[in-house]
Design a protein. Structure first.
Length: 374
């Protein structure tokens, strides 16, 4: 799939813009605060009805404007399709059109324009706590496997109830009678989650490894390891085996859970680790290695989505080039030759052999020294 063009009226700092895109790489260059990330935000909004920077659609309307219009033509599902969103600053519900026909919700345009985004905030994912890493993968896996999303929702629901039981037991000790029932259910759903994750991380790691090795010119060996509950000896084992092993871990932590009133054991503590030539990125990775590793993961996630839907999502790489050495910059600019890619950067003089360069200044597109709203 690819975005053919976009029309923006009063979207963030864009007053009036019509812009055509290359089906390959689109390099968006400009100084800070000119509108590069806003353009990516518009593309994401068009496909998903959600901004990646704000939950308030009012913030997307240019300050002082009466409404914002985000429209574009997409080639996907083997045909040209048009999407249009009209957003209002306060109160009034937004409007959505697919091929000129009014639609109710973003679910009505599912599959028309998928995007995968890398943004600087993602860099913290490899360095920070496990919850951000779980979120990154849960989102992707939920898109790939709706049954996984259902299992995860169920798991989190039971976990929350168990948490209440552990906390309420001082005031009402009788609630402890129902605890074993919750533990059994947690182990059953937890085993399912581990099964899905084991397969997902295997596929993700294999794809990301290929990208990372291309990225680093073969100088670093990428390895992704899924880390789950310590009694699980093989996450690919049958769910019956996994249930038993989860119960074993729960039993050995029962007292600690009661004393701390916390749910200490289960796949809600899962994590994954990436090593480069045997060194953990989390503990030892350089800035460039963390960046390269994260982008490799995003490329792998994009491939997994393509194997599910048959179409490569549009890849959006925001502020991706800084801290990369020339070889790794060359990979980003000139070697991601599948599907459509948008790359933003502040550094002038960058060039891509795989598409076109777009210069943005004050929410307008510059052609040479002249800036025009095309
Ligand atoms: P950087 O290189 O620093 O990341 P950028 O080119 O990505 O910069 P953007 O994040 O796209 O910059 O933001 C450009 C400008 O858009 C900002 O100065 C911001 O104040 C402005 N802006 C954001 N939302 C609105 C809005 N609703 N109305 C008017 N201006 C807005
Ligand atoms: Mg930006």
């Amino acid at each position: 799939m690819n975005l053919i063009d976009i029309q923006l009226t009063d979207f963030r700092n864009y007053r009036d813009l019509t812009l055509g895109f290359d089906p390959g790489v689109n390099l968006i260059v400009g100084d800070n605060a000119q509108g590069k990330t806003n353009l990516l935000d518009a593309i994401i909004y068009m496909g998903a009805g959600k901004s990646f920077r704000t939950q308030k659609s009012a913030e997307l309307v240019r300050l002082g404007a009466e409404f914002a219009d985000v429209s574009g033509n997409v080639f996907s599902q083997e045909r040209k399709q048009s999407l249009r969103w009209v957003l209002f600053p306060a109160g009034r519900p937004r409007q959505l059109y697919l091929n000129g026909v009014k639609k109710k919700t973003a679910a009505d345009i599912a599959g028309v324009l998928h995007t995968v985004l890398f943004c600087p905030e993602d860099l913290m994912v490899l360095k920070n706590g496990a919850s951000a890493r779980r979120r990154l993968c849960d989102q992707n896996l939920s898109q790939l496997r709706p049954n996984y999303e259902a299992a995860l929702t169920e798991y989190n629901r039971i976990l929350e109830q168990k948490s209440h039981i552990l906390k309420d037991r001082y005031e009402n000790p009788a609630v402890l009678q129902i605890l074993p029932e919750y533990n059994t259910r947690l182990c059953q759903v937890g085993a399912l989650i581990i099964s899905y994750r084991a397969r997902y991380f295997k596929a993700l790691g294999e794809k990301a490894k290929i990208y990372h090795e291309l990225f680093s010119g073969g100088s670093e060996q990428f390895h992704l390891e899924y880390k789950t509950v310590s009694t699980v000896t093989d996450p690919f084992a049958s769910t019956e085996v996994l249930v038993g092993q989860l119960q074993e871990h729960l039993c050995s932590h029962e007292r600690a859970e009661l004393e701390s009133a916390l749910c200490l054991t289960g796949p809600h503590k899962d994590d994954f680790d990436i090593t480069l030539s045997g060194m953990s990125v989390k503990s030892f990775g350089s800035q460039g290695q963390v960046r390269t590793g994260t982008i490799s993961l995003k490329l792998a996630q994009r491939d997994l989505m393509a194997s599910q839907t048959g179409e490569l999502p549009v890849l959006l790489l925001d502020d991706v080039l800084s801290e990369l050495d020339p070889g790794r910059q060359d990979f980003v600019l000139n070697q991601i030759d599948q599907g459509q890619v948008f790359i933003t950067c502040c550094e002038p003089g960058r060039f891509t052999k795989l598409g076109k360069t777009i210069t943005v200044r004050h929410g307008e597109i510059c052609d040479g020294n002249v800036c025009t709203s095309l």
